[in-house]
Design a protein around this ligand. Structure first.
Ligand code: NAD
Length: 483
């Protein structure tokens, strides 16, 4: 493949290598083979990246929003032109089927670059008249931002952080997940090619220790993490030491509530999209599927039938619609949860087994007769394991749906519109769906409440999290003082 990044890091407009860093093997999840070796950032590389981002920030912020936006929109165009190659790389990085990556990853990254590119010129302060005096506000960048990514959507996560950060006049040092280190490098390369000055967007590799070193550096003004709740706790606490701004996009255990009157076919589609897309490795997945008792048998029957449409295989084959887990480790975690589900008395309806072929494949798995306190209903699995729980009434299901420390997403399928809006008003979650699941257009805010996070990505709301307001009081007349 001639589209692979040529070194581990991209700093100050160029690829940089330092082989004295800890090795990071890149493993193709579909075969288990090592396809590349990268090196974690050494203290010298971390220093280079932070120094470059710091040096570039004031100049980048001095450009007009229109000028910055033009760079982002150009980058979006390049990403779309190279969608095929970027999707192939995303599939090598993550193991997700090309059928998905070719329509979701570089394309949603490009959407973010285009959206925030368009918005950049409209990021303004306001004027507040106070008699003859007045206040005006300046919406200023936060400064030097650190982005840290998870492994499920490496291109998208890199772009969802870069686009609003750069639109607001910030610079960024981004550390991808050590499990999927390749794609963010291409984002850096493309932004530079599109005209972002050297140092505006830098990518360095590393395990948690590199992330930790970035978060506590005195030059860093903001940290945006996409990852698990335990990592979020550590990063939030470390950022607090310097009173740094944070965005935390963390895990979930989201409810999907299906009422008797729902369109069955659509509800099954929602449950499939919310549990098995990307082999279940999606933070917002609706993994606790509450089905009203009158429709439960029909739902399980139709779901089992539809799962016969799963086509496993080489994820680079465009006909394949279901890929492996990202790593042997993640596969093991999923197998552990499946064993627990069986041991705690849930009924295995379908799936449950590792697939006998190279790579990290596990069957899409459905458990029925799951109760609220079973481990598979309380813990984030981050794999293709659906828990079906049953319920009788709306009054009963809402508190059960909310009885979790997480609050990322929630969905409802029903034909009764007033009930749908009532349910959504009652859900303790940042991102909700009515008669659909897991749509994530850049125009809509995305993020969690409770343990699932702080701040929002995408939409105009992201601007609030990558800029700060300066209030300026202007007096037009004489100033009185007591003495
Ligand atoms: P993870 O928490 O293990 O790692 C996330 C990132 O944090 C990695 O880049 C890792 O190297 C880094 N890291 C680890 N320890 C660190 C430390 N002490 N300081 C700084 N950085 C550190 O998560 P993961 O396994 O890569 O991803 C899966 C998790 O991410 C799931 O919980 C999932 O729900 C969540 N996720 C959330 C969203 C969202 O938008 N809400 C999106 C995707 C994934």
């Amino acid at each position: 493949m001639n589209t692979q990044p040529t070194a581990s890091h991209f700093i100050n407009g160029a690829y940089v290598e330092d082989k004295s860093g800890e090795e990071i093997p890149v493993i193709y999840p579909a075969t288990g083979e090592v396809i590349a070796t990268l090196y974690a950032a050494t203290p010298a590389i971390i220093e280079q990246a932070l120094a470059a981002a710091e040096a570039a920030q004031k100049e980048w912020a001095s450009w007009t929003g229109t000028e910055r936006g033009r760079v982002l929109r150009r980058a979006a165009d390049i990403m779309r032109e190279r969608n095929h190659d970027l999707s192939v790389l995303e599939t090598f990085d993550t193991g997700k089927p090309y059928q998905e990556t070719s329509v979701v990853d570089a394309t949603s990254g490009a959407d973010a670059l285009e959206y925030f590119g368009g918005l950049a010129a409209a990021i303004t302060g306001e004027h507040i008249q106070l008699g003859e005096n007045f206040v005006y506000t300046r919406r200023e960048p936060v400064g030097l931002c650190v982005g840290i990514g998870a492994w499920n959507y490496p291109t998208q996560i890199a772009c969802w952080k870069a686009a609003p950060a750069l639109a607001c006049g910030n610079t960024m040092v981004f550390k991808p997940s050590e499990t999927t280190p390749l794609c963010a490098l291409k984002v850096a390369e493309i932004l530079f090619e599109a005209g972002a000055p050297a140092g505006v967007y830098n990518v360095i590799q590393g395990y948690g220790a590199v992330g930790a070193a970035l978060v506590t550096d005195r030059r860093v003004d903001k940290v945006s993490l996409t990852g698990s709740v335990p990592t979020g706790r550590k990063v939030y606490a470390a950022a607090a030491e310097g009173i740094r701004h944070v965005t935390m996009e963390l895990g979930g255990k989201s409810p999907l509530v299906i009422f008797d009157d729902a369109n069955l076919e659509n509800a099954v589609s929602g449950a499939i999209l919310g549990n098995f897309y990307s082999s279940g490795q999606v933070c917002s997945n609706g993994t606790r599927v509450f089905v009203q008792s009158g429709i439960k048998d029909a739902f399980l029957e139709r779901l089992t039938e539809r799962l016969k449409g799963v086509k496993m295989g080489d994820p680079q084959d465009p006909e394949v619609n279901y890929g492996p887990m990202v790593s042997e480790r993640q596969l093991g975690i999923v197998e552990g949860f499946i064993e627990k589900g069986i041991a705690e008395g849930a009924r295995l309806v379908t799936g449950g087994k590792r697939v006998d072929r190279p790579g990290f494949y596990i069957e899409p798995t459905v458990f029925a007769d799951v109760t609220d306190e079973m481990t598979i209903a309380t813990d984030e699995i981050f794999g293709p394991v659906m828990s079906v729980l049953s319920f009788e009434t709306e009054e009963e299901v809402l508190p059960r749906a909310n009885a979790t420390e997480f609050g990322l997403s929630a969905g409802v399928f029903t034909a009764d519109l007033t009930r749908a809006h009532r349910m959504v008003a009652g859900f303790e979650a940042g991102t909700c769906y009515i008669n659909t699941y897991n749509d994530a257009p850049v125009e809509a805010p995305f993020g969690g409440s409770k343990l699932s996070g702080v701040g929002r990505e995408n939409s105009k709301a992201a601007i609030e999290h990558y800029s700060q307001i300066k209030g300026v009081f202007v007096r037009m007349g004489d100033l009185e003082a007591p003495f």
